[in-house]
Design a binder for this molecule. Structure first.
Ligand code: KPL
Length: 374
């Protein structure tokens, strides 16, 4: 039987985290015909969503350079969003059960957000985690399920983990986002740390089928393939994000965009930047060599560097999520990115001077952004 063909009517998908990534997935899932509920923090946000027409607006900015770009403009010559109508919203403390949950909160908010809906999930539910960095699944398992006895195994949901490379930007309080770079994303079922591991519920296959059908270059792969992608993405985030946040520059500061722009080419080519990239990638390769020796051939210093430069180059015009966070005075995901690498290094006896320094500088930057000193 093909995946997902059991139901004629798809079950409701709840989306926790209405930032840019959450709105992108919620709108595409809605457009594909799935009933969608946004889980919002306050009744005030739920009311605002209703006042905004219970719809999500997506600007396909990536199409500006696409041959079909004329489709973007309305009759007044204004860029027009496409709209996903008939979405629902509710606060996280609503009590009805959740079968399918997509969590798109920032890494630093994920555990707390998850705890607010945990009691609405059970062994028939599936949770998709889509965060930058690593360690959120482990934190959820430790805090919410590690002390579960066999008796309460019926409460542990299945987890799917994803990695997203789409460029996304939410600019205002309305329920709209800009899809700035068309890229790709991948998902895999996370092998459970629960003992005994629960059987995979039907909702997991339904969720993967729904995600796999979206027009967002989605790959549904196995866990070992995804794990490798997560480690490479972690390396890219550990270098691009702090460097751009500390220097207030776009990703092209680390590598020129494919066609090049004069201002990017000049800086990206500096000896200092090449030196930093080489040393940082070598440090990450040394951590991975101890922590994941079976992946040694795929995660060498040069192969990590090639990947990081590629990501910086294809996202050259982006402001990284960490730069957006520090500019807005928000906490960053650094604990789950450089902080995660420093902790992994400590566990495996590998020194991490570059990641420790980047971590400390971002923490200082966060503090400086949220205080007035003079
Ligand atoms: O994931 C990103 C981020 O900004 O968090 C990259 C890939 C660096 C794109 O900006």
């Amino acid at each position: 039987m093909p995946l997902g063909s059991r139901h004629t009517q798809s079950s409701r998908i709840h989306v926790l985290g209405a930032g840019a990534v959450g709105l992108l997935f919620a709108a595409h899932l809605r457009r594909a015909g799935h009933p969608i509920t946004l889980l919002l923090r306050s009744q005030e946000s739920v009311n605002r969503f209703a006042e905004a027409g219970s719809r999500i607006g997506i600007y396909n900015d990536w199409m500006k350079t696409h041959p079909t770009r004329k489709l973007l403009y309305n009759e007044d010559g204004q860029v027009a969003p496409w709209v996903a109508e008939d979405c629902q919203a509710e606060t996280t403390d609503t009590e009805s059960p959740i079968k399918q949950l997509v969590v798109t909160t920032k890494a630093q908010d994920t555990l707390e957000a998850f705890e607010s809906v945990k009691d609405r999930l059970d062994a028939e539910s599936t949770v998709v985690l889509l965060q930058n960095g690593m360690g959120t699944y482990e934190a959820i398992h430790k805090e919410c399920y590690s002390s579960h006895s066999q008796k309460s195994a019926d409460k542990v949901p299945a987890f799917v983990v994803g990695t997203n490379a789409h460029g996304c930007l939410r600019t205002d309080a309305r329920f709209e986002m800009h899809h700035t770079a068309m890229s790709h994303c991948s998902f895999a079922v996370r092998p459970s740390l629960a003992n005994p591991p629960p059987p995979l519920p039907v909702s997991a296959l339904d969720m993967l089928t729904a995600l796999g059908a979206l027009p967002l270059n989605v790959s549904v792969i196995n866990w070992s393939e995804l794990h490798l992608q997560l480690l490479l993405k972690l390396a890219a985030n550990a270098i691009i994000n702090p460097v751009t946040a500390l220097t207030d520059s776009r990703n092209g500061y680390l590598a020129p965009p494919p066609e090049g722009t004069p201002e990017c080419r000049e800086v990206a080519g500096t000896q200092e930047m090449r030196g930093l990239l080489g040393t940082a990638c070598q440090e990450i390769a040394s951590i991975y060599a101890r922590a994941h020796p079976h992946l040694h051939d795929q995660l060498t210093g040069p192969s990590i560097e090639e990947y990081v430069v590629h990501v910086a180059s294809v996202t050259a015009r982006n402001r990284s999520s960490m730069l957006q966070d520090v500019s807005a005075g928000r906490q960053t995901e650094v604990d789950w990115i450089n902080g995660y690498l420093v902790r992994l290094g400590q566990q495996h006896g590998v020194s991490t001077p570059i990641n420790s320094l980047l971590y400390t500088l971002i923490k200082l930057k966060e503090a400086a952004q949220s205080h007035t000193f003079f």
